[in-house]
Write a protein that binds this ligand. Structure first.
Ligand SMILES: NC(=O)c1ccc[n+]([C@@H]2O[C@H](COP(=O)([O-])OP(=O)(O)OC[C@H]3O[C@@H](n4cnc5c(N)ncnc54)[C@H](O)[C@@H]3O)[C@@H](O)[C@H]2O)c1
Ligand SMILES: Nc1ncnc2c1ncn2[C@@H]1O[C@H](COP(=O)(O)OP(=O)(O)OP(=O)(O)O)[C@@H](O)[C@H]1O
Length: 270
């Protein structure tokens, strides 16, 4: 078995924990290049973490989203060193024992894995990599006097249109992040749903919940520039008029380790 560790860059505590896990686990362990360099070892790029059987992310939600991109469909578990750490179910103090337990479960074939959907945006001639939280389609800048004309369709049927800062399509995982700030609903992780949430829409565009088989198409016009952003980091500039389709990605996230206690984790958001 091969365990990959991605630790938050430039965080000595994350590098120390990575080193502790490296020494304590009875499997081959590879560190991401930046962390490995910090502790004098060879590492592999985060983008190659899908060559492992388990990925451990040590950091906050940003690090988890980054590690999850490289993990693709390799199971991932999060150790929380972040301020919010909504996506990370394991505390630093429990991390060595928890990783050892997950490795033992992998080796005896009893490792539990929970899958969560990702979403993916496609436009004319391009596709963004899958996003775990959300895809946002918005004007080049937010705020008064900016914005874009949007038309939102679900499987081709018009849902809403009008001027707005943008619209986002969130997974259940992302419902507690940007979606919540924009007035969208919380979605329990057991619900197989996507949320379409308007961002400061001038007209009527209440948050809409659809099942994960629907394709959400966003027509964008009325602005000289617009952008599609996945998980805050995957960016594609588009030139209106343009159309973006957001669908469930083929590769879901696979989470290993202890289950996140959704209702307890909500307390982290206050
Ligand atoms: N206004 C907002 O609320 C806002 C703005 C930008 C990005 N975000 C979120 O941050 C994510 C990462 O983007 P970034 O790297 O540019 O920003 P970032 O790393 O600065 O993260 C922004 C905050 O969102 C929290 N967060 C991320 N995913 C979460 C989740 N699933 N549940 C609860 N909280 C979560 C993080 O802990 C952090 O406090 C995006 O996917 C987006 O959901 C939120
Ligand atoms: N090991 C690493 N190698 C390279 N880049 C990294 C690594 N770890 C994190 N990063 C970069 O840092 C970003 C995440 O850091 P960020 O500052 O958002 O912290 P965080 O994990 O969300 O923690 P906090 O909750 O404290 O903000 C990632 O999106 C990635 O770009």
């Amino acid at each position: 078995m091969r365990v990959g560790i991605v630790a938050q860059k430039d965080n000595a505590r994350a590098a120390d924990l990575a080193s502790d896990i490296h020494d304590a686990v009875s499997a081959e362990v590879v560190l991401d290049s930046a962390t490995a360099a910090a502790i004098g070892l060879d590492g592999i790029p985060v983008d190659e973490m899908d060559t492992c059987d388990l990925v451990v992310s040590i950091g906050g939600d940003g690090t988890f989203l980054f590690a999850a991109r490289g993990a693709r469909d390799t199971p991932i578990m999060g150790v929380n060193l972040g301020e919010v750490g909504f996506l990370n179910a394991t505390s630093p103090g429990e991390s060595v024992e928890t990783v050892r337990g997950v490795v033992a479960a992998y080796e005896d074939g009893s490792m539990d894995v929970l899958t969560m959907p990702r979403v993916q945006a496609t436009g004319e001639g391009w596709t963004l990599p899958p996003s775990l939280n959300e895809v946002v389609v918005m004007g080049g800048q937010r705020g008064h006097g900016n914005g874009v004309d949007l038309e939102v369709r679900v499987d081709g049927a018009r849902y809403a249109d009008g001027r707005a800062d943008g619209v986002l399509v969130s997974t259940p995982t992302g419902s507690t992040a940007y979606n919540l700030s924009e007035g969208g609903p919380l979605v329990h992780p057991s619900a197989d749903a996507l949320v379409v949430t308007g961002m400061c829409a001038a007209g009527r565009m209440p948050p809409l919940v659809v099942d994960t088989e629907r394709a959400v198409t966003v027509g964008v016009g009325g602005a000289s520039e617009a952008v599609v952003v996945g998980d805050g980091r995957l960016t594609r500039e588009i030139e209106p008029p343009a159309e973006v389709t957001i669908r469930r990605a083929d590769t879901p996230l696979r989470i290993a380790g202890p289950d996140l206690d959704f209702f307890a984790a909500l307390g982290k958001l206050d």
